[in-house]
Design a protein around this ligand. Structure first.
Ligand code: PLP
Length: 436
């Protein structure tokens, strides 16, 4: 009976549901691998009765884990009293105000004011528009260009796609984005050269993820961001951080940039701000930029989303942050991140095709190589096969194969414990053994 229902849903999925970031052909051939019905802690449960460790916190976002009654209650209470009201012009609401104030308390540097969106892509588009708006008000309207890094991922709205360094994502919008350019992901010198070659007076901002996530999990080398900050200051360019994945405890500190002791001028966030229980993102701006905007602005800033400052999403975010702090999840992320890295190192010793392994907090990666000594890759990447084998054994993770990479990435919920990490590592080891 249940099998029939599963099949019926799978058929409807193929016929009517266009999945995000999915091969439409493969979807037609295979149908959905899982139809999830429930989540609890670090695990997801499927209509078929199978369960799996959510090794990527779904999309790097379910920081507090699945199935939180408190969050459901908060959303219910808020929807019952005020489900929605606009935040345009003179309208505001309590949760949005409280959340903006809370973010000012916890954010790096002197980031002090927030423009709310519904997610990371909108946050990136907003940041670029705010940067342009800022330079127009400052009397430098020719500062339009946004520089980003190779291997970066900033989302799929027009600006966010244009800033994304992973070429396949932005290939079909290239012609729409003449004011975006890219530099090598770990080279401050390349940034300096790019600024010089583009003419510094035409550059509005540089954007970077503190740890690159979707592009293959790349952790910046020592001193990198300090050097970046220096170069941005030297040329008067705004430094924007994209903390959409790294925010809210993911890397073992509140924000990724806290590891580097560098303050950005603007910061994009989303995902972990609500742990995925509601759609919310935003851009924070520094106190200095805010002051300038207050002093110089005339007329209306013509940018805003219907759901900017959504009361239910903001109430959920406040409860989510309360849980992160009350349960010391940032410290747990740091400690379990070390466990995860140790586990990767064991797998590296045991398996012949594991090259570099790395983690910062609960963001980690295992690279697949043909030859450990030379780092030579397989012609056909094996990471996607490892991900399939892991899923069969009850572990969800993701492969990254852009730019000749062959990497499996992880970002389990910040609530994960030692026993669950051990289980994750055992399944990973078995999945690699199955393809080795
Ligand atoms: N920025 C970064 C660093 C991301 O990883 C993502 C999504 O993975 C985004 C932006 C886009 O966020 P969203 O999918 O919420 O639009």
């Amino acid at each position: 009976m249940m099998k029939d229902y599963y099949q019926k849903l799978a058929d409807l999925d193929k016929k009517h549901f266009l999945h995000p970031t999915t091969s439409i052909k493969q979807q037609q051939e295979n149908g959905p691998e899982f139809i999830f019905t429930e989540g609890k802690g670090v695990r997801l449960y499927d209509l078929d009765g199978r369960s799996a460790i959510d090794g990527l916190s779904s999309l790097w976002n379910v920081n507090i884990g699945h199935g939180r009654d408190e969050i459901a209650q908060t959303a219910y209470d808020q929807m019952k009293t005020l489900g929605y009201s606009s935040c345009f012009a003179t309208f505001s609401n309590e949760p949005a105000i409280q959340l903006a104030a809370k973010l000012a308390e916890i954010a790096p540097g002197n980031l002090s004011a927030t423009f709310f969106t519904s997610g990371g892509s909108e946050s990136n588009d907003t940041a670029y528009k705010l940067a342009r708006h800022y330079w127009i008000l400052k009397g430098q309207p020719e500062r339009k260009k946004i520089i980003s890094r190779s291997k970066s991922y900033h989302g799929v709205a027009m600006g966010a796609t244009s800033a994304t360094g992973l070429k396949p994502f932005r290939d079909f919008t290239n012609s729409l984005a003449p004011d975006f350019c890219y530099v090598d992901h770990f080279s401050p010198e390349a940034l300096r050269e790019k600024i010089e070659s583009e003419n510094p007076e035409t550059v509005a901002a540089f954007i970077a993820e503190p740890v690159q996530g979707a592009g293959g999990l790349h952790i910046a080398p020592e001193g990198f961001f300090k050097e970046i900050r220096k170069i941005c200051d030297e040329y008067g360019i705004l430094f924007i951080t994209d903390e959409v994945i790294t925010g809210f405890g993911r890397t073992g500190t509140y924000f990724g940039m806290d590891h580097y002791d560098v303050a950005p001028d603007m910061m994009c966030f989303a995902k972990g701000v609500t742990s995925g229980y509601a759609q919310l993102g935003g851009v924070m701006i520094s106190e200095d930029i805010h002051k300038d905007l207050i002093e110089l602005s005339e007329g209306t800033l013509l940018h805003g989303y219907t759901y900017s400052g959504h009361p239910m999403a903001c109430a959920v975010a406040l409860k989510n942050l309360e849980i992160i702090e009350r349960e010391n999840l940032i410290e747990n992320s740091r400690l379990m991140g070390l466990e995860l890295l140790n586990g990767f190192k064991q797998v590296q010793k045991q398996r012949s095709i594991v090259g570099d392994v790395r983690a910062l907090g609960l963001m980690g990666a295992v690279e697949v190589v043909k030859n450990k000594k030379t780092n030579e890759r397989f012609e056909d990447p094996l990471a996607p096969k490892i991900v399939t084998e892991a899923a069969k054994r009850g572990l969800i993770c993701r492969s990254v194969v852009f730019d000749q990479q062959d990497t499996v990435v992880f970002a389990p919920p910040l609530t994960i414990n030692q026993g669950e990490i051990k289980e994750l590592i055992e399944i990973l080891n078995d999945a690699i053994l199955a393809v080795e």
